[in-house]
Design a protein around this ligand. Structure first.
Ligand code: ADP
Length: 248
């Protein structure tokens, strides 16, 4: 479903990704862990076309999203269609503050997918019920807690029926007592849907619980990967051992 081959990305002299190869199968739930500044978020931002790679090929669902082999650039119309298969939830919720919760979730399906207003609202209500916010449809984001806002953001991403969901440290900006409710929603999705999920997270226990595979990332490369039992209980790489000792 997701394939990076030979992907490089620099910001000036800072080589953030080095010849990255990474494959995620359809339906797979993969967590990326590793130290701050190692390039984890950049991977997700490339998939969202918020950043461009300098080299290599990124494919989603068998179609090119970025083709920078030999400097060629993928056709941008094709790119938009591929990009639409992906939904993302950010650390900061980025909801539209002046719109109701319901409108935040119903807007893009109407504007981007051309869904009727009625259908989009019905679907938004279903999704908001699923994340436990059916009582807040008419509220504005500012009236909700951080955990509730993040659940709206998850419903909003799901409203576009993505094949792939990306989660970028979605609990980092939350008060500790609000983290559980957001993780519960993601855990539910992981266990009940066939969506491909790629998560950058500092929540090691959560990663262990929901992931099929964990990737340990350092200095722009995957240094170790495997099922959670292997990465968390018998890490092979010295860097992984040191990282886990510091965060667990
Ligand atoms: P992580 O998610 O592992 O913390 P990031 O992918 O956010 O790492 O960042 C990797 C490196 O790239 C960091 O050194 C960061 O400062 C740098 N970086 C990320 N985005 C930009 C940008 N837009 N401009 C310049 N440097 C950036």
């Amino acid at each position: 479903m997701i394939s990076f081959s030979g992907v490089g990305k620099s910001f000036g002299d800072n080589h953030v990704l080095r010849e990255l190869d990474l494959d995620v199968a359809a339906g797979e739930k993969v967590s990326i862990i590793g130290p701050s500044g190692s390039g984890k978020t950049t991977i997700l931002r490339l998939l969202m076309t918020l950043e461009e790679p300098d080299s290599g090929l990124v494919e989603v669902d068998g179609e090119p999203l970025w083709d920078r082999r030999g400097g060629a650039v993928a056709d941008t119309r094709g790119q938009a269609a591929v990009r639409r298969k992906i939904g993302m939830v950010f650390q900061h919720f980025n909801l539209f503050p002046h719109m109701t919760v319901l409108n935040n979730v119903a807007l893009a399906p109407v504007q981007v997918l051309g869904m009727s207003r009625d259908d989009a609202e019905h679907r938004a209500v279903d999704l908001l019920r699923m994340v436990g916010l059916q009582k807040h449809l008419r509220h504005k984001p500012g009236q909700l807690s951080g955990g509730q806002q993040q659940r709206v953001a998850i419903a909003r991403a799901l409203a576009m029926r993505p094949k792939v969901m990306l989660f970028d440290e979605v609990t980092s900006a939350l008060d500790p007592e609000l983290i559980g409710e957001v993780l519960a929603v993601i855990r539910d999705l992981a266990h009940t849907t066939a969506m491909t999920m790629l998560l950058v997270t500092h929540e090691m226990r959560f990663a262990a619980e929901i992931s099929d595979r964990v990737l340990m990332f350092d200095s722009g490369a995957v240094i170790e990967s495997g099922p959670p039992s292997k990465i968390f209980e018998e890490p092979q790489h010295e860097r992984t051992q040191r990282f886990l000792k510091a965060v667990l």
